[in-house]
Structure formats: C-alpha cells, structure tokens
Design a protein around this ligand. Structure first.
Ligand code: ACO
Length: 698
C-alpha cells in the first residue's frame, strides 16, 4: 500500500531549484546524496542542469515513467502541477509547499482546489505543508531534512514537521535507526490512518510511532488502530485540542468529558500506547524496537548506588511493575561473589566500586531467576567505574537472553560513548531510572493487551421501538430536554429501577402523594429550565411528616421563584426515599470525532470536584465496562472499605452496557446522565434516583 511513496522506481522533483540553500535544491540533493538508486528527474522551466542532472521544463516532458513526484513550487502553482502529474500517470505526490489551510481562508480555498484536482487526476497526496518522506531501506530521502537516519525498525509519522526534525536530529546524534519517516503536514488527502496501515504492512517496520494533533475520522482510526495494535506496538503522542462535540455542558457528564477524554478512551479501547511527552515517545520507541516484551510484571533492579535504586523502586511502585523477591538460590549465588556489604535483595546494590565483571555476574545471576520477567540495570558513573566495559558486559548478557534488559547509565558526558555501545547491541539506555521504568511498564501493559482475548459484547433486548415515540415527540415540539415523566418512561423501559414517584402541583397534592408513597420522602422541583436542582435548593430529602412536606413545598417553590423568576414551575415530584447505598454517576456524551461516549464516576454533588471519572467510546464491550469502573481512583470505595460490604458492581456494569445500547439506539442523544445512580449491596442492584436527557437534531 502507498508503495510509490516509499519505494518508487523513479522520482521527479518539481520545483528543483538551481540555488543551494533553497528547499527545491536541498530535496534534490538529499535524494541524490543518500544513495537512491532509481532515476531522478529535476523539473524546472528555467533551468537546464542542476547537480549534474538534466532538467525538464515540465513533468510532461520527462521521458521515463515516474513513480513519485516531490512538489516544491509556490502554492498558487501546486494544483496545476498536480494536474500534470495525473496526466503523466503519477499516483503519488509529496507536497512540501506551505501556504494552504494552515495559513487562513485563502490557503483553505487553495487546499480545497488542490484536493479536488488530485482526486480528479488520480494522484494521492502526502502534505501539503510537510517536510517530506524518508525510507532508509529503499534509500529514499524525499525531504529537506538535514540528514538521513540509520536503517532501523521504527516507522515514524508526524503531523508536525518541526517534530520530525527534532526527532531526526536526536536519532542522528544517538545512532538510532528508523525504517520510515513521514511528515504528514496538513493531511489533505492521506491520513494518519492510511499511514498507520502502510506501516503495519511494512516488513521493515517493527514499531509504529506517531505524533498527532487530531484525527479526521475517529471511528476509522479506532478500527485500524485496534487491528494494528495486536500485531505491532502503536505508540502515539497526541497533543492539541479536540473539537469535542456539542458542548452545551448542561450535564455533569458534558462538563467532565473535557477535551482529552475521547482520545484517552479511544487509545485505551484500541490498544494504542499513549506517550505523554516527546521524551516518552522516544523512550518507548527504543524499548519496543530493541528488546523483547516481558512475559509478566516482575522486575529486578541492579544498581551500583542506593539512591537511584530507590528512585527506580518508587517508580515501579507507581506503575504496574512489581519488584519481585528473588529466589533464595539467586540470593545465595549473589552472596558468593558480591562484597558482604552489598544488598542481595531486590534492588540488588552491587556498590559504588562495582567492576564490569561484577555487573556481568550479577546480571547473569539475576536473569537465571525464572521469577524475573525483566531487568533494569542502573549505573552511576563514579570515577572508579569502567563505564564502557560495563556497557559491553551488559550487552553480552542481554544478547544471550530473551527477557528485556533496559539500562540507565545516569548523566550525560561520561556515559555518552557507553550509551552508543549499548544502543549498538540493542540495549536502550536512559538518562534517568524513571524513564527505564516507565518504558518497561509500557511494554508490560502492551504484553497484557496482546494476550487479551477478543472483546465480547452484550446482547440486549431491542427496546428502541417502545420509546421512540418519546424522542419523536420531543423533537416535534422542538424541545431539547426530555421531561421528568418522559425520562422516567425511558429508564423504566430500559430496565432501570426508579424510586416510586408521584407528581404534585399543590401543597395538598404533595401531602397526599407522600402519604401514598410512605414516609420518609424526597421532594424535587419540576421545571424545564432547572437542570441541577440541588444547586438552587430545589431538593429536600428525608421529609417525615405532613407538616414537613407542606413546609418543604412552600420553601422550594418560593426559593425557586426568587432565584429563577422566569422558570416555569410544573410542581414537585414526591419520591420514595431510598436509604443506604453508594452514589455513582453514569452518563452519555458526544464527541465530534468519536461519537458517543459513556462516562462512569463516583457521583452525587461532589462529582465535578472529585473529577474521578472514566470514559469509553460506544459500543462498550463487557471488558470496557468492567475496566472503566475499576480504573477510577475511588473504586475501592465500591469494593467496601473498613468492613463495609461490597456494592453491586455487576449492576453498575450492566447499567453502563444499557446506556451504551441507548446511545446506539438514539443517535440524537447529545447528553444523558443518571446522577445519582444509587448502588446497593452486592446482589441488590441499582436505583436511578435522578436523570436527564438532552437531544439534538440528528
Ligand atoms: N514547475 C517546476 N518548477 C517551477 C515551477 C513549475 N511550475 N514554477 C517555478 N518553478 C521553479 C522556479 O523556477 C524555482 O527555481 P529556481 O530557484 O532555480 O529559480 C523553483 O521552482 C522554486 O520556485 P520559487 O518561485 O523560487 O519558490 P521558492 O523556492 O521561493 O519557494 C517553496 C517554493 C519552497 C515551495 C515555498 O513556496 C514554500 O512553501 N516554503 C515553505 C515550505 C515549508 O515550510 N513546508 C513545511 C515544512 S514542515 C516544517 O515546517 C518543518
């Protein structure tokens, strides 16, 4: 796929310049100087010869077949040039030229024209506004980058050309190999997803690395990422702002969804390894490209000084990794050659005067322990340490075994050459212990992902038809929100238990309703304009007598009239008061790129303060629902703390799956939430105490 971009038989440089230092000159020079073997055709109507090559006035004049066109003419000329490419049967063009969508409305017009022209002409485009494309295996450097990375197995694509340059510069400084380097630019035609697919199919690429600011089609991105991530690690740094859907934020769910929730959820659900910084992106790439995956989370640390060992141990504690207690035989073996004051337990401290031989023996002994899934070797470059010798010794062992070994030779100056030695033998070295730990942790999590069985989806009853009329009525009446009785009906149909409720328009009706329901009761204001009732004192709980109900009716209606004089008051809802249980919030929200998402969090009035929520994109699998409950910080509260009984977690999971089904049934839902959803003891289910639905025009 996209073969002509990476392995073309010949390349035309359209806008090849006669002037050294101009972009069109450097591109041509890069193609020639880095060993591309195919034919190269410079195109420039003003020139005869550049860099010893015959120049053609236009693409139409080039005699041979052209595999790839690299375009570096001013923006106004690009469409025409692409049209000519189409006439010549060229199907792949990298457009370097800037001045399109990124530069404002005129540029956007130009880009739209360009895309139209390219489609009509059958030319696929990378860019415009990009640095170019590099393939180290076919020796194509169709870019104006200042260098060519070594051959390697990391395939990198980036929406930012500047980041490409920075990554390339570091790769050159540290001899890090890449398979492909793709600067995506404005992604006017070929998208991240297309490139991810191409890299997935590329035999030279073992690890896919990407930088994105947004994706054009969230659903397709997830589909493709899910396929790829089971075969190759897909590591992505995502920055920037997502244009999160219609953000009326009339619900907590909407307000909590935030900018990043959708990407975070999409990455988790499709197995993308998320890097949170450029440093992390690089660190992970090195680990994944060079070392085998750990079979489990058990890690051993070998160090020549205490502090870094503790730092690494602390970092393990914060991750999924576990410092494994070493077998007695391992400890006994270590005692035979380490000084008596060494530490024989994990972290193994082999002391500041550790020689290369001591490192080698310690590492060899520790990797014999079958409980150890991976090792992190730390080195502080004291004056007595043979840093390079130690690097070679570690590399020797690392190449003998099939478990990951990551190192942190700390600092820079005194470890620079040893770091290169380690890299040469595929052992990644990190400046600080935490980086080694987080990289090994990413590998460990990925191993869990690839071992996961396929997701399973719930088969729920088809209930849509039963409440369709409610959604249609709301739309016909040009309302955005479902009324309380409508919400009640929808939830009841989808199987949610709700407190017994009666509607009362007067104080007398309220008292009668309370008597029918049975004390104690809850009273809630009913008004289409009031979304968060408790915020304006529109809820009273634990009303135990006729008098309390009468007083509460007066209080609530007076207060609401004072605070929101224009609000229409339909009366109050008298509800059975459910005692006990824990309050959670579950909801539906909509993201512009990924569509509906489901939210879970510990609920009640503190939800927006605690912000302890998790999101997943619809449809939810059983596993998604389970994980999103477990990943909240407050999950232990549901499990029960200090002798409490466990809450009905299975019922929450089922509720999340039902919400997911509801979102699929009604695409017009913009936001919905049940808050609080009262969770009773294990086996006793949940009760939807309060809920709201907002719908849009779909
Ligand atoms: N066909 C072929 N060649 C042509 C044509 C044509 N239709 N029209 C002009 N040319 C030739 C010119 O004769 C010129 O050759 P010369 O230098 O020998 O005289 C050459 O193409 C370049 O044309 P210029 O008009 O001189 O344009 P210039 O080189 O100044 O700029 C460029 C062109 C580089 C594409 C510019 O418009 C541009 O977009 N620069 C920014 C690129 C960029 O930043 N991209 C994003 C990178 S990612 C990042 O930011 C890191």
């Amino acid at each position: 796929m996209l073969n002509n971009f990476f392995n073309p038989k010949s390349i035309a440089v359209i806008g090849a310049s006669r002037t050294p230092g101009k972009i069109g000159y450097d591109i041509l020079k890069n193609i020639i100087q880095y060993g591309y073997k195919g034919a190269v055709y410079p195109v420039n109507p003003e020139a005869q010869e550049i860099l010893g090559l015959k120049v053609y006035p236009s693409t139409l004049d080039v005699p041979g077949e052209i595999g790839l066109a690299v375009v570096a003419v001013p923006p106004q000329k690009v469409s025409e040039v692409i049209g000519q490419c189409g006439d010549r049967g060229i199907d792949a063009a990298v457009i370097i030229t800037a001045g399109f969508r990124e530069s404002g409305s005129e540029g956007t017009k130009l880009e739209n024209e360009l895309v139209k022209r390219a489609k009509e002409s059958g030319v696929r485009i990378i860019g415009p506004n990009c640095l170019g494309v590099i393939d180290t295996h076919s020796r194509v450097n169709a870019s104006f980058a200042a260098g060519m990375p070594n051959k390697g197995s990391i395939g990198f694509f980036s929406q930012s050309g500047a980041l490409c340059i920075a990554v390339l510069d570091r790769a050159l400084a540290e001899d890090i190999g890449f398979s492909k380097f793709i600067s995506m630019g404005n992604k006017a035609d070929i998208s991240d997803t297309d490139i991810m697919l191409a890299l997935a199919e590329d035999d030279n690429t073992k690890v896919i690395l990407g930088y994105i600011e947004g994706v054009n089609d969230g659903r397709r991105f997830m589909e493709v990422a899910s396929q790829i991530s089971k075969k190759k690690p897909l590591i992505i740094l995502k920055s920037g702002i997502t244009s999160s859907g219609a953000k009326a934020a009339s619900s907590h769910t909407g307000a909590l969804a935030g900018r990043e929730a959708a990407f975070d959820a999409a990455f988790k659900q499709s197995g993308v390894i998320r890097a949170h910084s450029v440093g992390e992106l690089f660190n992970y790439a090195l680990a994944f490209a060079n070392q085998p995956l750990p079979e489990g989370p058990n890690v051993a640390i070998i160090t020549n000084s205490g502090g870094p060992g503790i730092i690494a141990a602390d970092a393990c504690e914060r991750s999924d990794l576990q410092l494994v207690p070493l077998h007695k035989e391992t400890v006994d073996e270590l005692r035979t050659f380490l000084p008596p004051v060494a530490s024989f337990y994990n972290p193994v401290d082999i002391l500041g005067d550790a020689t290369a031989e001591r490192y080698e023996k310690a590492l060899y002994t520790v990797v014999q322990d079958e409980k150890v899934n991976g090792v992190i070797v730390l080195l502080t470059p004291t004056a007595v340490v043979n840093v390079e010798g130690t690097a070679k010794a570690i590399a020797n062992i690392a190449n003998l075994i099939d478990r990951p070994i990551l190192t942190s030779f700390m600092g820079r100056k005194s470890v620079e050459s040893s770091s290169k030695i380690l890299m040469k033998y595929n052992v990644p070295n990190y400046s600080y212990p935490e980086e080694a730990v987080s990289s090994l942790n990413a590998m460990c999590r990925y191993q869990v992902w690839i071992n996961r069985p396929d997701k399973t989806y719930a088969r729920l009853d088809d209930l849509k038809e039963k409440v369709l009329h409610i959604f249609e009525k709301v739309r016909e009446e040009k309302r955005e929100r479902l009324s309380e009785p409508e919400v009640y009906e929808v939830l009841k149909t989808y199987g949610f238990l709700q407190p017994k409720s009666l509607w009362a328009r007067t104080s007398e009706e309220a008292v009668a309703a309370a008597k029918r329901i049975g004390y104690p009761v809850v009273m809630k204001i009913i008004s289409p304009q009031i979304v968060h009732k408790s915020d304006i004192g529109g809820i009273k709980i634990n009303l135990n007598s006729k008098k309390e109900v009468g007083d509460a009716f007066f209080d609530i209606t007076t207060r609401v009239k004072d605070i929101m004089p224009t609000a229409t008051i339909y009366g109050v809802m008298i509800q059975e008061m459910i005692l006990g249980g824990k309050e959670v919030i579950i909801g539906i929200t909509k993201d512009a790129q990924f569509g509906h998402m489901i939210m879970f969090g510990l609920g009640g009035i503190y939800v927006e303060v605690l912000k302890d929520t998790s999101f997943r994109i619809v449809p939810l699998s059983h596993e998604d629902a389970r994980e999103m409950i477990r990943e909240t910080k407050t999950f232990p509260i549901l499990r029960g703390v200090r002798g409490e009984t466990e809450a009905d977690i299975a019922a929450i999971k089922k509720s999340l799956l039902i919400l997911s089904q509801m979102a699929l049934d009604f695409p017009q839902i913009i936001e919905a939430e049940i808050n609080p959803l009262l969770v009773k003891k294990r086996g006793e289910g949940v009760v939807a105490i309060d809920a709201r639905f907002t719908i849009g025009g779909d």
